[in-house]
Each structure stands twice: as structure tokens, then as C-alpha cells.
Design a binder for this molecule. Structure first.
Ligand code: C2E
Ligand code: CA
Ligand code: CA
Length: 532
């Protein structure tokens, strides 16, 4: 931006020039008056013109008049000059401050990249004259795990990382691309689009792998990830606002699968609108207790005895009917509602389970992201205490993803749960990272073999071998095992024969409402494995 507006209006030269101009004007006007005007004007008022002095005295009169007039102006002129100088300085300060704020808003001071505002201005200009060109592409890049790293290693480390991210991006981008930092850990690239979209996918993939490569700072090694949303013009929008929204929608959707990229599709827009509607409804559903726990029995395979219930959240939406927990749990995770949802489900489960025999446990699911919150174990303990519910009757279920991102915090949280007497089950084992090492590293007391293994057990000999392997390992570590998704008596029988401890699935019962539990317990006949 030009700084010409910030130059002082009043300088010594400008004052001298104005003074000289004033003298010149006074000289010219008084000469004009003395030699020309007064001869015409004074007689009209009946005043005689005194021309007796001759030319020299007329000049003397002119010079004296101008000199006195000039002298009489010096005092007020100096005062006026100082006043104007002061006003001028204040005006310059305001302009400079405004210019600095403007520059800050246009460029990110840390990375030197254009800001969101500057990017939008650039996009507006380019899109306004894009008729005839093949169009543009906008890639929005979100840096994964950035917040965790800055929480762990401080903001200075965050700054170093942002600089390195910006450098890695610049090295990869074509010369006609404009890179910008649009918010804390979100970057953008705006560039003329190639005719086909494949090269854009390739570029997104390259950005992801370069930004995910290790960051080395002295002895510290840090890993981040990146997720990319892409929108192209004119298909996904013709003005900068529309293109930005489309790229944001694509990014939002890509984030479900961190480390991936996604092009905008109109269907995503619908999905996002629906998801926003659900977000709003979810908030009120939690506070009005419209999300209720259902209970699915956990059965000891050896004798068929019920040992507890898994607590599964259910939401019967007034307009849309039953909504799968897979859908609303992920919305709750995205919107920070998972904490309140878990607490509400746990409270209800404590109240319901208080009516059941004391030997029956409840197993509550926790989301991976909740294992980053070190306050969680004590919050849960407080809820248990306020309902007089012994911690020994609670089991928490976590998935392996919870152990990957920040294993130290997760380990500390699980250790705290264990110290309280709460059991820890590793859920969906076999689907995620399936690191057997996790069983050694984390204080896990139970392992739940995923239902997909039980499903494929009937057709795939390898699945059986794998199950036997998992069972042998957990036995050697003193960890008990539950197989989930048991739908047939024959599956239960086989699993019992290979020493799997517990089972869960439609074969025993589907998840049921609290009021159906007592009837289920009364009518359930413990079946010995041989009879299953
Ligand atoms: P999950 O923890 O693996 O829960 C077991 C899922 O398997 C449940 O699905 C259950 O209804 C289903 N299931 C049980 N037996 C059988 C069977 O024999 N065959 C088949 N095909 N399926 C069976 P649901 O209730 O739809 O829950 C889905 C997932 O939602 C759960 O998977 C869990 O990850 C999550 N979830 C549910 N409630 C909560 C909650 O309160 N908090 C959190 N964080 N997640 C929850
Ligand atoms: Ca579970
Ligand atoms: Ca499971």
C-alpha cells in the first residue's frame, strides 16, 4: 500500500512558500490598488484621490504597507503553523496505525504468506476476469495434530512448525500458485486449474505426504498430518465466497479420514446441511435426555451367565426417526458434545444399573478423542460417586485409535482408571492398527474381538487362526477376551472351545431398553457351552 497519505502536509519549505506567496499577493494587490483601482473606486464614494505624492512616495507606501502587514502576520502564522503541525502529526499517526493494521490483516507476520483477507481479494480479482480461461482451483489444507503438538511442546514450537510448513508448501507449488495462511493451522493454495482434475489430486497427495514427513528440531522429532479439500471454478462456484465454501465443505468431509484429500461434490453440500441440522438438534437432545442408553448383555461363554451389559446410545429423532450412533457420535465428536453426551449416558446407566444385581457390570464406550482429556477419569469418578455407583462395576471401552495419537496421555488416563478400580477393554480389536504391542504397553484388562472376525470365521480359515492367536496372546498377558457380534449358537460354541471368555451378540440378545432388562434377566436361562 502507498504511504503518500502519511506524508506531513506542513513542512518549513511549505511555510516559507506560503509566506512568499502571501507577500507576492499583498505586493501585487497593493500595487494594483495604488496605481489603478483607487482612481476608479474612491471617486465613486466621493473621496478625492491624492495623487500629489508622486511615484516614489507611492512605492514607499506600497513597500511599507506590505512590510507591516507581513510583520503583523508572523505571530499568528507561527501559532497556526504549530497547531497545524500538531494536527498533522496526529493525522500521520492515525494513517500509519491504519496502514500497519491493514498490512497485518493482509499478510501473516509469521510466515509472510498472504492472509485469508488478501487471498479473498486476490481470488475476487482473478475470478472477475476469468471469463475465457479454464478456471481456478482452491485447495484448503488443514494440519492434523497441530494443537496436540503445541499443547505438548509450547507455542514457540508451533511457530517453528508453521514456518517449516509454509516453506515445504512453497517448494512444492507451481510458480503461478498463491499460497496463504487462512487461519491458525489452515493453509490455502489458489491457482489456475489444469484442464483435467487429476493433476490437482496428485498435488494434494504430494502436499499431504510432504507435510506429513517428520519435522526435526534439534533432538526433537515431530509428526504432523495434512488433510485437503479442493474446489474448482466454475463448477463449484464463480465468486470467491462460493468457492471458499465449497472447498471448506470438501475439507470438512475429507477430515473424517485424516490424511486424505477430497474434491467438492454437490452431494456433500446436502450432507453438510443435514449434519448442521443434526448438530443443532443433538445439543438439545442431550440436554433434554432424548438420547437414551440401551443395554446389550455380555455373557460368560463357559456357562452362559450374564456378567454385565454394554451401554449403547440411542437417539430417536422426532422428525427423522432412529439415527445410528455411528452418525451422531461422530457429530458429537466434531462439535465437542461427546463429553456431555458420555456424562448423560453414564448417569442414566448408573441409575438403571442400580436396580440390577450388584454383580452385573456396565461397559461404557469412550471416543478416541476423550483419551486426550486428563480431567476425564476424575469427572467420571465424580459422576459415579454422586450416584453411589461402585467404580468396580464400571468398564470402559476404547478403540486402538485412542492409543495412537498421544500415547503418553492415553496411558496416563488409562492408568488412572485402573487405579480407581475401573476395567479397561480394548474394543473392535483386529480392525484398526491391531498392534499386539498395545496390549503390553497399555493397562488393558479386556480385549473385544471385532464382529467382522466372528463373521468371517465361518468362511475363512485364516480368521479362525487369527482368533486363536489373539486368544493365546491375551491369555499369556492375563487379559480376558470377549467376542462380539455372535449371531449363531455354533459360533458361541466354537469360541468357547478355543477358550474365549465372554460373548456378545444377537444370539444372546439385541440391545434393549432399561425397562426390558429385568424381564430379560428373569427369563434368561444360563446355558452351558455344550448345549449352545
Ligand atoms: P461398538 O462399541 O462396537 O458396539 C457394538 C455394536 O455392534 C452395536 O452397534 C451393537 O448394536 C452391534 N451389535 C451387537 N451385537 C451384534 C450382532 O450380533 N451382530 C451385528 N451385526 N451387530 C451387533 P451400535 O449400537 O449401532 O453402535 C455402533 C457403535 O457406536 C458402537 O460400536 C460404538 O463404537 C458407538 N457407540 C454407541 N454408543 C456409544 C456411546 O455412548 N459413546 C461412544 N463414544 N460411542 C458409542
Ligand atoms: Ca463397544
Ligand atoms: Ca466393538
Amino acid at each position: 500500500m502507498s504511504t503518500s497519505r502519511a506524508r506531513p502536509l506542513v513542512t518549513p519549505v511549505s511555510v516559507l512558500l506560503s509566506f512568499a506567496a502571501m507577500l507576492a499577493i499583498m505586493g501585487i494587490t497593493s500595487t494594483w490598488w495604488e496605481f489603478a483601482l483607487q482612481d476608479h473606486i474612491l471617486p465613486r464614494f466621493g473621496i478625492p484621490v491624492d495623487a500629489g505624492g508622486g511615484e516614489p512616495s507611492r512605492w514607499r507606501f506600497i513597500i511599507t504597507a506590505v512590510a507591516f502587514a507581513a510583520l503583523s502576520q508572523i505571530g499568528p502564522a507561527l501559532l497556526l503553523f504549530r497547531l497545524i503541525r500538531r494536527l498533522d502529526r496526529a493525522r500521520i499517526d492515525v494513517i500509519k496505525a491504519r496502514e500497519e493494521a491493514d498490512a497485518l490483516a493482509r499478510y501473516d507476520p509469521l510466515t509472510g504468506l498472504p492472509s485469508r483477507r488478501m487471498l479473498r481479494e486476490h481470488m475476487r480479482k482473478r475470478l472477475a476476469v476469468s471469463a475465457g480461461s479454464t478456471g481456478y482451483a482452491l485447495l484448503l489444507i488443514d494440519i492434523d495434530r497441530f494443537k496436540i503438538i503445541t499443547d505438548l511442546h509450547g507455542l514457540q514450537m508451533g511457530d517453528k512448525l508453521l514456518l517449516e510448513i509454509a516453506n515445504r508448501m512453497k517448494r512444492l507449488l507451481p510458480s503461478d500458485a498463491v499460497a496463504a495462511r487462512v487461519s491458525g493451522e489452515e493453509f490455502a493454495v489458489f491457482m489456475p486449474r489444469p484442464r483435467s482434475v487429476e493433476p490437482l489430486g496428485k498435488l494434494a497427495q504430494q502436499l499431504i505426504s510432504h507435510l506429513s514427513a517428520n519435522y526435526q528440531f534439534e533432538s526433537l522429532e515431530v509428526r504432523l498430518g495434512a488433510t485437503v479439500g479442493i474446489a474448482v471454478t466454475p463448477e463449484n462456484g464463480t465468486d470467491e465466497g462460493e468457492v471458499m465454501r465449497s472447498a471448506e465443505t470438501a475439507l470438512y468431509r475429507a477430515k473424517r479420514n485424516a490424511g486424505s484429500y477430497r474434491f467438492f461434490e454437490p452431494a456433500l453440500d446436502q450432507e453438510l446441511k443435514q449434519s448442521r441440522r443434526l448438530q443443532r438438534d443433538l445439543q438439545s437432545a442431550i440436554t433434554s435426555n432424548a438420547i437414551v442408553p440401551h443395554y446389550q448383555p455380555l455373557v460368560r461363554l463357559k456357562d452362559g451367565a450374564v456378567v454385565g451389559f454394554e451401554v449403547l446410545a440411542r437417539w430417536n429423532h422426532p422428525m427423522q426417526g432412529f439415527i445410528s450412533p455411528e452418525v451422531f457420535i461422530s457429530i458429537a465428536e466434531d462439535t465437542g458434545l461427546i463429553g456431555p453426551l458420555t456424562q448423560s449416558i453414564l448417569k442414566r446407566a448408573c441409575q438403571d444399573a442400580a436396580q440390577w444385581p450388584e454383580r452385573l457390570k456396565i461397559a461404557v464406550n469412550l471416543s478416541a478423542m476423550q483419551l486426550k482429556d486428563t480431567a476425564l477419569p476424575d469427572q467420571i469418578l465424580r459422576t459415579l460417586k454422586s450416584h453411589n455407583f461402585p467404580p468396580q462395576r464400571l468398564e470402559i471401552e476404547i478403540t486402538e485409535t485412542a492409543l495412537v495419537d498421544d500415547d503418553k496421555t492415553a496411558n496416563a488416563i488409562l492408568t488412572r482408571f485402573r487405579a480407581m478400580g475401573i476395567d479397561v477393554a480394548l474394543d473392535d480389536f483386529g480392525t484398526g492398527y491391531s498392534s499386539l504391542q498395545n496390549l503390553r504397553t497399555f493397562p488393558v484388562t479386556k480385549l473385544k474381538i471385532d464382529k467382522s472376525f466372528v463373521r468371517s470365521m465361518n468362511t475363512d480359515a485364516n480368521a479362525k487362526k487369527l482368533i486363536s492367536g489373539i486368544l493365546a496372546l491375551s491369555r499369556s498377558l492375563g487379559i480376558s477376551t470377549t467376542a462380539e457380534g455372535i449371531e449363531k449358537a455354533a459360533e458361541a460354541k466354537y469360541l468357547n472351545s478355543v477358550d474365549c471368555d465372554f460373548g456378545q451378540g444377537y444370539c444372546f440378545a439385541k440391545p434393549m431398553q432399561a425397562e426390558d432388562v429385568p424381564r430379560f434377566l428373569n427369563t434368561h436361562v444360563p446355558v452351558l457351552s455344550g448345549a449352545l
